[in-house]
Design a protein around this ligand. Sequence first.
Ligand code: CUA
Length: 329
Amino acid sequence: MLRKYIVLVGGTILLNACQPSPTFLAPASPIANHEASLYTIVLNMALVVFILVEGALVWIVIRDRKRAGDEKLPHQLHGNMRLEVVWTAIPILVVVVLFVMTVQTVNAVAQPAHLKSDLNIRVVGHRWWWEFDYPDLGIATANELHIPVDTTVQVALESVDVIHSFWVPQLSGKTDVVPGQHNTMWLTSDQVGEYLGQCAEFCGTEHALMRFKVFVDSQADFDAWVANQQQPAYQPQSEDEQAAYKEITGACAACHSIDPAEMDTDKVGPNLAHLFSRTTFAGGAFDLNESNLRSWLKDTQSMKPGNDMQITVPSQQLDQIIAYLIHLK
Ligand code: CUA
């Protein structure tokens, strides 16, 4: 039993060590900087308190242990006014300091009342993937958000099913994504890079596989990305591609659009217009490459049990469809 437990815990730690996971300890935005520094201060204060209290405890236990020949009670301190005042006053002081610093941080990271945003994004939570719409640019994409560096981004958050939570630890705190409610938050980053995001509110079986990425691009890279996303989806050339196109705009269209401007809120699955411009799929769960996509289309349920894609692509169409999808760059 114990061995099983050790293997389980050890395995989990090892697995986590291999998987990149979102961290707030490497902040890449002014907002996350404020949050990380408050965390560091609180952690250090807690560490000092822990060492002092546990150190005093150990010291007293050793110093005042019962020795051979000890018959009387040790010296009693009950009712010592000076001690009572000291150990009441210190915790109050600590809590007041923490309260003041927390309020300062909350004010510093709060969305300004009159936010002058340079970019508006709509985030829609679906079980279990993220829809990212750029209403002003006519772009609908999924699971990978692109924003330009040093830009103030206004994010509107909606959900079509249950409560999710949008969290990019290196850029910002969490904001809940609630059905029937329009929450907003703001994002900005001063460091070009790729940041992991994760749904932070338990939303069902595949909550853990509701991930996403945020790419903070240079302005030039962002403009190039936008220009590409605004292009219509690749048009079929060969006969095989025609057949795949017919299927994707036919049966698949019940759940997926390949119109890059179609905000998919009423669709069950992500927009595929520029699928292969992304690095991951299925809610950021898997690397996007031909072999993973093939496994997915053969049996989505074994890769991500419970997801809404309950169909299997027949093997005679599989090659055609994959060959076409790969062109959707
Ligand atoms: Cu969506 Cu957890």
